[in-house]
Ligand binder design. Structure first.
Ligand code: NAP
Length: 436
């Protein structure tokens, strides 16, 4: 039987999962591919570290040249993470006409263009299914299943850590800090969770989803991004009373003016399909012209789901290689990609949840309401917590659909009132299922 030899740069969580899947599913893979896949070397920082039992110790190396310079290795699988030295090694592999598979969203979101053009120049491919939503085959669905459709909007829960924390807060009434600590104890959040809870990780994934959906490269740093650190137990409970759950959503939409993208906590109606996504699960809702709505749901992280996505990419590359060896060129990853700047969200209209923390003095409710009115913000609902005069209380406002800029200017003025004790909390409200 034909054999494909691969090398892994990294043998940590995902690397261990990849090796395990190649071993456990060997017979199925051979049957589907008509070839076997052999791991020849695995690059690590130290050969002595603790790792998955499936990883053969005698194949570990700390010298990347043993993989990059080995002519027998035709596919290099990058599972180290971060930008450097991953970027240099991946460029080196492509430069030697090796195909590449990576799970590295940071690398692909920030240096994708350079890597695609190097791959194209060398007539090889770079696959990165595992970089977005772990085991969920969302990139493959966009690239292949929906290849003939026009993608209009993508709305995703693409960060399992945020979803785990917000879901725990909803279910138990826990404060953000306690839910984060529980997520860290359970292994669902990093010791330094900033990239996850700050929204940066979701912005990198959204940039890759926009690339696959719209053929447009958007710098993740240019995506308006708001993390979940300001969501309080009070907001979760108030949202619940209003019929919503709070989710961190990554959204990309095509508009005539350009792509509209954002990552932020949103009040989602309880009956919305994304409201039911629990724990560390991910889900991506795609709206496309011919197909309508389709949902992709599953585990967005973990050695086995992510390892499975990596191995599926390896299998796809093997098929391309076999076609190439038979004289056919590999398919181009992206025939045309343009760089796009996301449009300003200032004039985008939506309903809002607003929580103003004030000293309870006579007339304060009226002042807040009339300030909102002066800025063109119509109020749908306004409630104030009960409290004695001089007590700190929360005032919850639900606005009608109004442009972002109007709400922002109103909140800036309200936050300047002497009676306001802390910056107000404002979150967008998602329309019902299928609506904006
Ligand atoms: P990890 O457990 O930290 O493993 C990283 C591996 O790379 C380790 O084996 C490490 O060696 C090796 N490594 C790191 N820097 C190196 C260097 N400079 N030289 C040589 N070896 C180096 O990371 P992971 O969780 O498997 O994640 C890998 C990639 O998958 C990342 O891009 C991540 O974003 C992505 N991803 C992960 C998940 C997930 O569930 N974990 C999900 C989706 C995507 P040592 O073993 O000696 O430390």
């Amino acid at each position: 039987m034909r054999e494909v030899v691969i090398g892994l740069l990294g043998a940590g969580n995902v690397g261990g999962g990849v090796v395990r899947i190649l071993q456990e599913n060997q017979a199925d893979i051979e049957r589907r591919l008509g070839a076997s896949v052999r791991v020849k070397k695995l690059l690590v920082r130290s050969v002595d570290g603790d790792r998955d039992d499936s990883v053969p110790r005698h194949l570990l190396t700390t010298d990347p040249r043993e993989i990059l310079e080995d002519p027998e290795i035709r596919i290099v699988v990058e599972l180290m993470g971060g930008i450097e030295p991953a970027l240099t090694m991946v460029l080196d592999a492509l430069g030697r006409s090796k195909h590449v598979v990576t799970a590295n969203k940071a690398l692909m979101a920030t240096h994708g263009e350079q890597l695609f053009s190097e791959a194209q120049r060398r007539g090889v491919s770079i696959n990165f299914e595992a970089a977005v939503a772990g085991g969920i085959p969302i990139l493959r669905a966009l690239r292949e299943g929906l290849a003939s459709d026009r993608i209009e909007r993508i709305t995703g829960i693409v960060n399992g850590t945020c979803n785990y924390i917000l879901d725990a807060m909803s279910r138990t009434g826990a404060a953000y800090e306690d839910a984060l600590k529980a997520a860290q104890d359970a292994g669902f959040a990093e010791a330094d969770p900033a990239l996850d809870v700050g929204g940066g990780d979701a912005a990198q994934k959204l940039s890759l989803l926009a690339l696959l959906s719209f053929g447009q490269r958007v710098d993740p740093e240019a995506i308006p991004t708001e993390g979940i650190t300001r969501v309080r137990a009070f907001d979760i409970a108030a949202a619940d009373g209003l019929g919503y759950v709070i989710k961190s959503l990554a959204e990309a939409r095509q508009t005539p003016e350009g792509p509209a993208l954002r990552v932020h906590p949103v009040l989602v109606p309880k009956e919305h399909i994304l409201a039911t996504v629990r724990g560390s699960y991910n889900a991506v809702l795609v709206e496309s012209r011919a197909m309508g709505r389709s949902l992709y749901h599953g585990r967005g992280a973990g050695p086995m789901p992510t390892g499975m996505a990596v191995v599926s990419d390896i299998i796809e590359l093997c098929r391309h290689m076999f076609a190439f060896d038979a004289g056919r060129p590999p398919p181009e990853a992206f025939a045309t990609v343009e760089t796009a700047t996301p449009i300003s969200l200032d004039e985008v209209a939506h309903e809002n949840y607003l929580c103003v923390h004030v000293t309870n003095v006579p007339g304060i409710l009226g002042r807040v309401a009339s300030c909102l009115g002066r800025h063109g913000v119509s109020v749908k609902r306004l409630e104030q917590e009960l409290g004695g005069v001089g007590d700190p209380v929360d005032m919850v406002v639900v606005t009608e659909r109004v442009p972002e800029s109007n709400v922002r200017s109103a909140v800036a003025e309200i936050d300047g009132f002497d009676e306001v004790l802390a910056p107000s909390h404002r979150f967008r409200i998602q329309g019902p299922d299928g609506a904006e």
